[in-house]
Structures are given as structure tokens and as C-alpha cells.
Design a binder for this molecule. Structure first.
Ligand code: UDP
Length: 461
């Protein structure tokens, strides 16, 4: 969803500003995906009929063979190259495809489209800092030998603060893994795009954007133009959720919100530590709690069942914190939550959509990264953007005392709140008429040959 939603939002953005275009989303919804993906696609088809979907046939995969959802997605698209070619050919029968915009997992689609003479743009749904890291990764790969996870050193990449080697995006850590090779191919192919669209805005990540546009991240070949068209985030969500009424009753900027993306899960021990830390902090809180990960491999890619709070949380916790805390099971309408006046802080796993949603709402963060490129995002959020405090862990575990300390610090730190409010204003400016992101969108569309204004666009997820 963290890839599909921004792609849909990009389609909406293009259609809003250039209504003469049509957008087709080429999607592959594998059988192991949660049902929510298919229902989201149905929802968009219903509410935004200008975007049409072209579904690729599913390819059955033995998901046991793939350690992560990302590894399975790379394999799916590798095996879908012929289907993508057929889809492009079939659409070309009735319309001219002006441009093909592909997601990170869809590298094989680049070869197919190039063969058919269709210009390919990449849409990078995380930030420019991570993009800079990925563009520079082939150079790092060539100039090192071991795995980054074993190095215990600082990685110096153009446009980025020094990143501890262990904090690089998780697929880059183990040189012997299949997903490392998949990412390397993706990173090598990226500069071959006709352009790279990034979900960020200029004043949020100026150093990384400059390093990319100056060509420092890809020293051995030209860097394509990059288009910083963000921040794009999902529209509103469920406005009737009970937690929104509860937030309306709390004082301004008094509540810390804890939520860890669509995939973040904790052990029952870690959940108890968080609960104890929250209770001792004395702060108001809204906490999204999920059932701990299943030991059954078959369940890995499925959303967990509804949590049993009495079993998972310390005895009496819910009663003792009843007047100042709310625990929500599994899912909260995050965008609406972050925009409530009572929310004053966000403990986040640093997924890029969550980061942008907090930036747009002007909410400072505590960074508690869990997977993918979130550790790198944490370093950038803390060291570079000064938008987050770090949640320190020991051996992957965070103590109740650390939760208590960081939550209190976040809610009392006026400096970090001012930085968050300044970025909020800049984000709004970037997206307003004449702002940097609007200009980037105009430049992007101008690069797609103006004479073809009535022809369809095709996106791939
Ligand atoms: N989200 C939500 N409620 C939840 C958990 C997540 O609305 O309880 C949304 C969140 O607003 C964001 C997306 O799910 O838009 C998660 O994307 P992100 O990039 O932050 O993390 P990912 O899930 O991809 O790791």
C-alpha cells in the first residue's frame, strides 16, 4: 500500500492539473496480498473513474521461499515481464502510450517498455535521501567487498549525513542475499530512466536533491532529471473512527500518537515495555496495537488477527490509563489523527508516507525504525532535518525507561515543535500554485512531449 497509494495520488495529481490526459494503472495484485489492497483499488475505481486499472495476471509463488514481501515482489515482476509486454501491446492497439511510470519493484518493465520505444520514468515513493543512497549504491558495491551488516563503519555518500553501515536500507545489508542483487539491479537501472519522480519537496531535503542533480551520486554516467513533486499523501480516510472523537476531547498538542505503519509488529514483551513506558511518562497517548508476529510462515504476508489487549498489555494498564490514553486495535485513520489539534507528537517507524503525513500536519516525531529503508530515514530525520528524536534500542529491544524518557522529551521539547511547524508551512508552500512541487510537475509534463496531450499515460505498480 505504501507504493500503490502514492502512485494513485500521482495519477490524481496529473489529472487534476492536466485533465486532458488519461491515466491507466497497470497493477498486479498477488494472491498473498491482504484483501485491503483489492478493496482499495475498487474504492479508487469507484470514486475516481478517470483512473482506470489494467490488472496483470497473478503468478502463483511459493511465498515460503521469500524472506520478505519485497523479495517476493521482485520475483513476481521478474516473472511478469512477458505479461507486461502483452499488456503494453494490447493498450497500444487502441491508444498511443506517451509515458510509462514504474515503481521500484518493476525494473524488468523498463527493458520491456524500452524495447517497445515507450519512454520510462521511475517513481520513487520514498525520499530523496534514500534515492541518493540508492543511486550511489552501485559505487559503494564496487568499492567494498564484505556485507555492510558486518562492517561497523560510517558510510559517506553524497548529499547524506554519515550513515552507520548497519543503518543502511535492510536489503543492502547482506551481500549474499537475493534481495541485495535485486536492489543492485534496480539501482543500476535507475539512471537509465528518462526521469525520476520523487515524493518529496525541495526544502525538505535540499542537500540530497542537490547531490543528485549535480550528478555526484552517479559518478560514471549522466543522472536523469529528477522531479520533486511531493508531498503526496493518501486522502483523508475514515472520518468516523471513535478515536477521532476522543482526540477532540483532549487539550491542544497534548497527545502522543504511536503507530508503526502497515507492517510494524512487536513481540508481546516489547508491547509490555511500551505500555509501562507510556504509563510512567504521564503523557496522554493514542496507541495502535497489533497482535505480535505469527510463528507460522504461511501467515507472514497476511495482516495479523485482532489483538487480545487483556492478554498483551500489563494487567490493569487499560484501567489505570483510562482517563488519558486510548488503545486502538490494529489500524487508525492516521492522516485524520495527525491533523487533530490535540496530537502533539508521533512515535513512528519512519515509513516515508508516515513521515510526510507528520510533516504536512506539523507534528514532531520519535524515530523507531523497524524495516526497509526506515533506519536511514531515522538518521536523516534526527541528524539532518531535526524533526525527530531517536528511540535508542539495545539488541533490537527498547526498554520501558527509554519509551518513558523519549515520549516525555518529545512532548516537552518546544524547539522540535517549531521546526515541525516551519516544515509544515514549507510543505504547503511547495504544493501551492507557483510552489516548487507544482513547478516540478509542470516541468515533468512538459518533458512528455506537449503535442501528445490527449493520449493516455500508463503507470505500473
Ligand atoms: N496507516 C494508517 N493507519 C495505521 C497504519 C498505517 O492509516 O494504523 C497508513 C499511514 O497513514 C501511511 C501508510 O499506512 O499512509 C503506511 O505507509 P508508510 O510508508 O508509513 O509505512 P509502510 O506501511 O509502507 O511501512
Amino acid at each position: 500500500m505504501g507504493h500503490l497509494i502514492p502512485m494513485v495520488e500521482l495519477g490524481k495529481l496529473i489529472l487534476n492539473h492536466h485533465p486532458s490526459f488519461s491515466v491507466v494503472l497497470l497493477t498486479l495484485i498477488p494472491s498473498f496480498n491482504p484483501a485491503s489492497t483489492a478493496s482499495y483499488v475498487r474504492h479508487i475505481s469507484h470514486t475516481f473513474p478517470a483512473i482506470t486499472f489494467h490488472h496483470l495476471p497473478d503468478i502463483p509463488l511459493d511465498t515460503d521461499l521469500y524472506p520478505t514481501m519485497g523479495a517476493a515482489m521482485f520475483e513476481l515482476f521478474r516473472r511478469s515481464a512477458t505479461n507486461i509486454e502483452h499488456a503494453l501491446q494490447s493498450i497500444s492497439l487502441s491508444s498511443h502510450i506517451t509515458v510509462f511510470i514504474i515503481d521500484l519493484f518493476c525494473t524488468p518493465a523498463m527493458t520491456v517498455a524500452t524495447k517497445l520505444n515507450i519512454p520510462v520514468y521511475s517513481f520513487y515513493t520514498s525520499g530523496a535521501c534514500c534515492l541518493a543512497q540508492y543511486l550511489y549504491f552501485p559505487t559503494l558495491h564496487r568499492t567494498t567487498t564484505g556485507s555492510f551488516k558486518d562492517m561497523n563503519t560510517l558510510i559517506h555518500s553524497p548529499g547524506l549525513p554519515p550513515i552507520p553501515s548497519s543503518e543502511l536500507p535492510s536489503p543492502l545489508l547482506d551481500r549474499t542475499s537475493a534481495v541485495y542483487s535485486d536492489l543492485l539491479v534496480f539501482c543500476e537501472q535507475l539512471p537509465k530512466s528518462a526521469g525520476i519522480i520523487v515524493n518529496t519537496f525541495d526544502s525538505l531535503e535540499p542537500k540530497a536533491i542537490k547531490a543528485i542533480t549535480d550528478g555526484l551520486c552517479v559518478p560514471d554516467q549522466p543522472t536523469p532529471p529528477i522531479y520533486t513533486i511531493g508531498p503526496l499523501i493518501a486522502a483523508g480516510g475514515d472520518g468516523s473512527h471513535e478515536c477521532l472523537n476522543w482526540l477532540d476531547l483532549q487539550p491542544s498538542q497534548s497527545v502522543v500518537y504511536l503507530c508503526f505503519g502497515s507492517l510494524g509488529l512487536f513481540s508481546s514483551h516489547q508491547l509490555k515495555e511500551i505500555a509501562t513506558g507510556l504509563e510512567k511518562s504521564g503523557q496522554r497517548f493514542l496507541w495502535v496495537v497489533r497482535t505480535p508476529p505469527s510463528n507460522n510462515k504461511m501467515d507472514r504476508f497476511q495482516p495479523p488477527p485482532e489483538p487480545d489487549l487483556d492478554l498483551l498489555l500489563p494487567e490493569g494498564f487499560l484501567d489505570r490509563t483510562r482517563d488519558r490514553g486510548l488503545v486502538v486495535k490494529t489500524w487508525a485513520p492516521q492522516v485524520a489523527v495527525l491533523n487533530k489539534d490535540s496530537v502533539g507528537g508521533f512515535v513512528t517507524h519512519c515509513g516515508w508516507n508516515s513521515v510526510l503525513e507528520a510533516v504536512i500536519a506539523g507534528v514532531p516525531m520519535v524515530a523507531w525504525p523497524l524495516y526497509a529503508e526506515q533506519r536511514l530515514n531515522k538518521v536523516v530525520l534526527v541528524e539532518e532535518m531535526k524533526l525527530a528524536l531517536p528511540m535508542e534500542s539495545a539488541g533490537g529491544k527498547v526498554s520501558a525507561a527509554e519509551v518513558e524518557k523519549r515520549v516525555r522529551q518529545l512532548m516537552e521539547d518546544k524547539g522540535i515543535r517549531e521546526v515541525a511547524m516551519a516544515r509544515k508551512e514549507e510543505a504547503a508552500m511547495a504544493m501551492s500554485d507557483g510552489g516548487s512541487s507544482r513547478q516540478a510537475l509542470a516541468n515533468l509534463v512538459a518533458s512528455w512531449c506537449c503535442s501528445l496531450s490527449s493520449h493516455p499515460f500508463l503507470f505500473d505498480f
